[in-house]
Write a protein that binds this ligand. Structure first.
Ligand code: HEM
Length: 444
């Protein structure tokens, strides 16, 4: 579909064939991003990976992500953090057995804890009134929610440049204010990291991703200089990329499952058979849990975190599937409608994980009918970490708890409406009552 937003040509691709043309056949030509106000004001003038234009800065950054931050060795070395935070999470839920809880808040708390420890080395937010940190959990969550929202809005000034200075919707004002809040946070985190670096001198050992990025910033041999704003941009990318995305997906998965108790039965039968009742699901178990994996795929088909992949920008004129696409065109890949296309999927509106059992379709960008992480050069570099966190959450939520709706609520009262932005949220957060399924000592 060809459109014009203000003075900008826009193409929306809504079929696997067209997605493949943009993301594989002509991958390099469409590997840039448009220059949006969000990229400028919330990510240090495009000095992160998500909004950086295609070029030497992005290529170097991407290499750092893939070879250093997300190498399988490094991800493996942080497994103990994921295990500890999972244990904290199930203990917190256990204490709330029988009570109505907003599941999403607890999922976000756990994901933020994991990602903060991996990226920043520790949690820089306070979880109780007694703790004194630079932000509270609620404030930090609110900053990330605002970041997500502002990165997904349709800002008039991005499409009609001569209206830009008016900031008609007030989004740019909010972006600048948010940037100040993040700046203060990053300065605090980096100060602490630099102080440890100095104190340990020659004996300094990299413990977290910020350590690694600060070390790279001091490296005179780096091809493109990474300055302090660049380290802030990368750090923000890592924190924002890893939290809301997986919490939202797991919330959708649990909502769909609660609506169909027979699916929960199938999943717990698999868990009882493979794991037993004496331990939690571990990352090593994932290959033996095909039904849990199918639940995750089906959730990402029906509720992809991003309705559209982040926008791609044409660097040159190009013929795509017989159409002329001019340099400067913004391309949106509509994963939401691809996931619901009845030409591709049987009974597409129904949540039916079985459709993926014994099917050779994965989510790593090889199958263009299912692209929750994108594909090609701009594909999500954190997909491996995201998958680990989501599989572990879905597996353990089902293994460790029975899930009921609050007393006054029936299955048919469940509201599955979505709100739109860069990510698809449930309009009304899922309210549920957990009840333990395993022996009490396992929750301690
Ligand atoms: C449920 C989990 C996740 C989902 C569904 C997801 C989805 C996506 C999507 C759709 C894109 C855009 C791809 C494109 O433009 O074609 C993306 C990009 C990105 N994601 Fe993720 N993501 C997830 C987890 C993560 C995690 C855990 C991190 C890092 C900690 C992360 C960091 C990034 C970054 C930095 C980019 C920009 C890549 C670039 O422009 O080169 N994501 N992600």
């Amino acid at each position: 579909m060809y459109l014009k937003f203000g003075s900008t040509p826009v193409v929306v691709a809504s079929s696997p064939e067209m997605a493949k043309q943009f993301l594989k056949t002509h991958d390099r030509i469409f590997a840039s991003r448009p220059s949006t106000a969000a990229g400028k004001y919330t990510t240090y003038n495009y000095q992160n990976i998500t909004w950086a234009p295609y070029g030497s800065y992005w290529i170097q950054g991407r290499k750092i992500y893939l070879n250093e931050l997300f190498s399988s060795n490094r991800l493996g070395s942080y497994e103990y953090i994921r295990v500890q935070e999972l244990q904290n999470f199930v203990s917190r839920l256990h204490l709330m057995s029988g009570e109505s809880i907003v599941l999403k808040d607890h999922l976000s708390h756990m994901n933020l804890s994991i990602v903060s420890r991996i990226v920043l080395g520790r949690k820089y937010f306070s979880e109780s009134k007694e703790e004194k940190e630079i932000v509270t959990l609620e404030e930090f969550q609110e900053m990330l929610d605002e970041l997500f929202l502002l990165n997904g809005v349709l800002n008039v000034g991005d499409w009609i440049p001569w209206l830009r200075f008016l900031d008609l919707q007030g989004y740019v004002k909010r972006m600048k204010a948010l940037c100040k809040r993040f700046d203060r946070f990053h300065d605090h985190v980096f100060e602490e990291h630099r102080a440890r670096m100095k104190a340990e001198g020659e004996g300094f050992v990299v413990k977290d991703m910020v350590d690694l990025l600060l070390k790279l910033a001091d490296d005179p041999n780096l091809k493109v200089k990474l300055d302090s704003d660049g380290v802030k941009g990368f750090t923000q990318d890592l924190i924002a990329g890893g939290t809301d995305t997986s919490a939202r997906t797991v919330e959708w998965a649990m909502s769909e499952l609660i609506k169909q108790p027979d699916l929960i039965k199938k999943a717990t039968d698999e868990l009882d058979k493979v794991i037993g009742r004496e331990r939690w699901v571990q990352e090593i178990d994932f290959p033996n849990l095909p039904f849990i994996d199918s639940i995750l795929k089906e959730t990402m088909r029906l509720h992809p975190v991003a309705v559209f992949l982040a926008p791609h920008l044409a660097l040159e004129d190009c013929k795509v599937g017989g159409y002329d696409v001019v340099k400067g065109t913004t391309v949106f890949i509509n994963t939401w409608s691809i996931g619901r296309d009845s030409n591709i999927w049987d009974d597409p509106q129904t949540f039916r994980p079985e459709r993926f059992l014994n099917k050779d379709i994965d989510v790593t960008g090889q199958h263009f009918e299912l692209l929750p992480f994108g594909s090609g050069r701009r594909m999500c570099p954190g997909y491996n970490l995201g998958l680990k966190m989501m599989r572990s959450l879905i597996g353990n939520l089902l293994h460790g708890f029975n899930w009921n709706l609050p007393k006054n609520m029936k299955l048919e009262d469940m509201n599955m409406e979505e709100t739109y932005g860069l990510s698809t949220h449930m309009k009304f957060s899922l309210l549920v009552v957990p009840e333990p399924r395993l022996a009490t000592h396992l929750y301690k």
